[in-house]
Write a protein that binds this ligand. Sequence first.
Ligand SMILES: [Zn+2]
Length: 438
Amino acid sequence: MMKTTRKSKREKEKKINFFEEFIKLQKHFFKDINRRLKSVKDPRHKSYIEYGPDVILFYVLMKNACGINSMSNMTEQFNKDECIENVANILGCELEELPHHDTINNFLCALRPEEIEKIRDYMIKELFKKRSLENYRLLDEYWCVAVDATGLFNFPERHCEHCLKREYKNKETGEIEKTVYYHNVLEAKLVVGDMVFSIGTEFIENEDENVSKQDCEINAFKRLAANLKRKYPRLPICILGDSLYACESVFEICSSNNWKYLFRFKEGRIKSVAKEFNTIKELEKTGNEQCTFINGIVYNQRTVNLIEAEIEEDTDNKKTYTFITNVKITKRNADEIVSFGRSRWKIENEGFNNQKTKRYNIEHANSLNYNAMKNHYLITQLADILRQLYEKGVEKIRDLKKSIKEISSSLLESFRTCLLTKVEDILNTQKRIQIRFI
Ligand SMILES: [Zn+2]
């Protein structure tokens, strides 16, 4: 980069108040969010309340938005007069001190996770109202919701009654050599362009220590699907998932909910369908240069459609992808279907890897209490919606071409050192800010 361009980038950056931009963005999309943080059902006894739920939740939200990965680091970073005054100004309350991290965790130990989910649902519903995301529907109709599970925490000893348990046995003697206790989560993410927003969360967990069969991803999907249908009864949805989801129970859920699905397909998952697809494919080729598809393959009481595409991963590396769907495939929509099918990887990449390694370190247990862990995880999902909109929608920020981590540190620096001026103006202005996705 030329010296002068570097200098002009620095100059540009100096003019930006990163925290103010963050608050403006929050106001633009979710003007009611602070009131909602305040009105969660507070589980604490009234006489002990020193900090309102909005103060606590706002701090934890900012902890995540600034990429701080532990509670003690949060206390260290946020313990600044400017920071405390910023929070007091934004929430319109008196605040002399930052809440102690024990106060925060005690609150999160008792708060019902549904209370945070309600705020997430509010945010997602507000996003649907914005026309700026309309372009990202599949075939101009379906909102794509990618589902996938990931591991959150591992423990060498039982951590709580809901832990999943895996035993590693010695191959020769069959003796148990090692037992691991762990927690996984199933996420449903709304895929909009390069962004993935949490729209449903289901913790994969056993009811108690003595279950005969452990909870699993497909079971969690059943619960997740029921919640999604209850919350968004008329939303046209297409579920995206890996080959695990290509099975009768999931097809049935999708068709009874009136949803479309689009899953990776692997031969071993449903052999009869794979066989028929391969036979017909030999006889009559339908598709275009890049792909072959066949509609109406009979499976149990239904028919399924398959599409196979060769995709150039990079020069001289082609990979064949097969998808199974209940969307009718035509020559015109074939490419779009394949590209949406492939966008499922975003939940792994944008969704989980970034949340683990770049943005918030979701594998770090901020508390050992299972309920608090869930709440921390869910607050991270709220922060993640805000962060992605911030990185991709605010032109000033996007133009800087900074990495995720650099944005985290600029936001943190600004939150703890620059006093927000004219907070009233920011919060009450009717002037819309410019948000554009490219
Ligand atoms: Zn546990």
